[in-house]
Design a protein around this ligand. Sequence first.
Ligand SMILES: CC(C)(COP(=O)(O)OP(=O)(O)OC[C@H]1O[C@@H](n2cnc3c(N)ncnc32)[C@H](O)[C@@H]1OP(=O)(O)O)[C@@H](O)C(=O)NCCC(=O)NCCS
Length: 395
Amino acid sequence: MRIRRIGAEERVTTTFPLQAYAFEGSPLSAAEEEKFRDYARYHDGNVTLAVEESGSVVASATAIPMRQNVRGSTYPMAGIAGVATHPLARRRGHVRALLTQLLGEMRDGGHVVSALYPFRPSFYERFGYASLPKSRRVTFSPAGLAALQRADLPGEVHLERIKDGYDAYREFTLRLLDQWHGFAVFPDYRALRLRDENRHWLATARVAGEVVGAVPYRITDHGGDLVGDALLTTSPLGRALLLQFFARHVDQVTRVTVTVTPDELPELWVTDLEPVTEARVASPGMNAPMVRVLSVEGLAGMAAGPGRVSVSVAGDPFVAGEYLLDGTSGKLEVVRGNGTAAGARLTVAGLSALVYGVLDPEDVVIRGWGAVPHDAAVELRSLFPRRNPFIFADF
Ligand SMILES: CC(C)(COP(=O)(O)OP(=O)(O)OC[C@H]1O[C@@H](n2cnc3c(N)ncnc32)[C@H](O)[C@@H]1OP(=O)(O)O)[C@@H](O)C(=O)NCCC(=O)NCCS
């Protein structure tokens, strides 16, 4: 098997056709093919590896150099996408070999964590990934926002096409990258696709000139839906300003839908709102994102609770080994190979679920991701308190 890096200019003829077959309605029309080719510029800095057989590319996988907040610190994150094998070459180990090499290269390049949206979680569990909570989709009628129609809120909403508001939106998402656990952003060259396609309106809520909320959205039709992306707000006032803006569509659209974080409780937003909040998970296209740690030492300095525990991680090409994890200073300290008996034995998926705060040590054991004696569970619970990450970027 020959694995090689695919250059930007080769992608259109080598890996894009594989991905079109795997992820699009196909065969593509000439116009769709043209559009696909046009996307090449949004792949500029990606790392794409491919397996070649008899001079043809039969499998590929891509890493997007992204950034992600984990417990308040921002890390280089490898966003894995475009994993596909030609149907005649499947089940021959191509993707296992590709992903192993790709994750290794990204780890060596300083990427401390990795994330992806799986077609089926069990496939990526074998590569050390653990699921995050699925973001919620909330749907409501603008009529349910009547209580907000006339509220006098100390702020304002700007409405513009995304191409005009893009810079303010990007800046706002970069602020959230610094603040929200799990929040991940694309590199500039990939993020620009939203601006260039210009297929969204952008509403921003501002207080004293500062952006406190933003939502890109589309309207499907007169009497149709207002379909929002993520409703990003930094305060209840930011949220209320955007909801009041939606309320003013009461005679124009039947429903409003937006994505919210797993922590949101839309039933408490406004009296009589009657929202439906859903987190539907289905393969292959509606799965929750997954994450994994690529370097335990790389997490040193991250905010941590006061626990102290030794763990051994087995069966992983990147992080296998023994570590003493110490949060007594409030920041995670990591000492490798301390030689003492391991308090907990974990798979990398188990360790990743704990680092991101999505599972309790007891869950980790039940899931088959480790052996955690009672004392070690107490320390791990204290070291990595439960959190609800929201990843934002969709790739
Ligand atoms: C899913 C896909 C990428 C797998 O590629 P592949 O080259 O056949 O995978 P491999 O042969 O390297 O298999 C890797 C491992 O997963 C297992 N596996 C393969 N396909 C699987 C599947 N659909 N479900 C569960 N496990 C699977 C293999 O047994 C192998 O396990 P092992 O290494 O522990 O023995 C390929 O079937 C494909 O292109 N599917 C359509 C596109 C797609 O869904 N891509 C994923 C997007 S997230």
